[in-house]
Design a binder for this molecule. Structure first.
Ligand SMILES: Nc1nc2c(ncn2[C@@H]2O[C@H](COP(=O)(O)OP(=O)(O)OP(=O)(O)O)[C@@H](O)[C@H]2O)c(=O)[nH]1
Ligand SMILES: [Mg+2]
Length: 259
């Protein structure tokens, strides 16, 4: 079966309870909005495949519960995320102040170099605004991450923000020298391993040859010793008389000569 996407990116939304994380995901994945607030229990996810620069990118968007009591569960999902979206509510300055804590949580739990983005949600309620756009922009700039003011309710900047993050991750993964070098280093590693294997094979062959030569020499020596022993025994058994004869004839000669 043909693959329906070129890339799979795992994204994670974090932020205080009630800032609109679930609503942003539902707006993005289903283009829907519900004003009834049902606080997320633990963790949930939705998927949507988008087109990024001609590539089909499947986004698996993980929705975390903002409530403190779920933190142990939710932080376990940071490590697998390729992009993390920090969300605050522009009408709630406490949720903005807490972004620092969420960032700390990322530093402690996420993979190094994870792409991040800051969203100031509920920008449709301008009358209740507590956090200026400039304040949000500055925080994002200080941390070198993207920033958008969004509204899940009025569908402002929702698709755009997800698209921007997906593009960042795509570019990072295709341009990143680490991935290239890791590819190169993988092929190098493979060559290196092959060389090592060849060397090992050569060493093994040499060792085997040495063992064969040594064994052959030992066998030859043993055979020579056996032959010598056998010859010695044969000489002893069959030539006893000859020796005696020789001795006697020698003594005879001696006798003759003495005579
Ligand atoms: N006006 C307005 N209200 C919003 C917007 N987004 C969310 N809300 C409302 O804010 C409330 C909380 O939204 P959720 O998406 O459930 O918040 P959450 O961040 O998922 O909260 P937890 O699951 O508890 O962490 C709901 O009543 C939403 O209707 C928005 O863009 N504009
Ligand atoms: Mg939620």
């Amino acid at each position: 079966m043909a693959k329906k996407y070129d890339f799979l990116f795992k994204l994670l939304l974090i932020g205080d309870s009630g800032v609109g994380k679930t609503c942003l995901i539902i707006r993005f994945a289903e283009d829907n909005f519900n004003s009834t607030y049902i606080s997320t229990i633990g963790i949930d996810f939705k998927v949507k495949t988008i087109d990024v620069d001609g590539k089909k990118v499947k986004l698996q968007v993980w929705d975390t519960a903002g409530q403190e009591r779920f933190k142990t569960i939710t932080t376990a999902y940071y490590r697998g995320a390729m992009g993390i979206i920090l969300v605050y509510d522009i009408t709630d300055d406490k949720s903005f102040e807490n972004i620092q804590n969420w960032m700390k949580s990322i530093r402690e739990n996420a993979s190094a170099g994870v792409s991040q983005m800051l969203l100031g949600n509920k920008c449709d309620i301008e009358a209740k605004r507590k956090v200026t756009k400039e304040t949000g922009e500055k925080l994002a700039k200080d941390h070198g991450i993207r920033f958008f003011e969004t509204s899940a309710k009025s569908s402002i900047n929702v698709d755009e923000s997800f698209m921007a993050l997906a593009r960042d991750i795509l570019h990072k993964s295709s341009k990143k020298p680490v991935s290239q070098s890791s590819c190169i280093s993988q092929s190098h590693q493979r060559k290196h391993n092959n060389n090592n294997n060849n060397n090992n094979n050569n060493n093994n062959t040499n060792n085997n040859n040495n063992i064969i030569i040594t064994t052959t020499i030992i066998i030859i020596i043993i055979i020579i010793i056996i032959i010598i022993i056998i010859l010695y025994i044969i000489i002893l058994l069959h030539n006893n008389t000859f020796i005696f004869r020789s001795l006697s004839s020698y003594s005879g000669v001696c006798c003759v000569s003495f005579k």
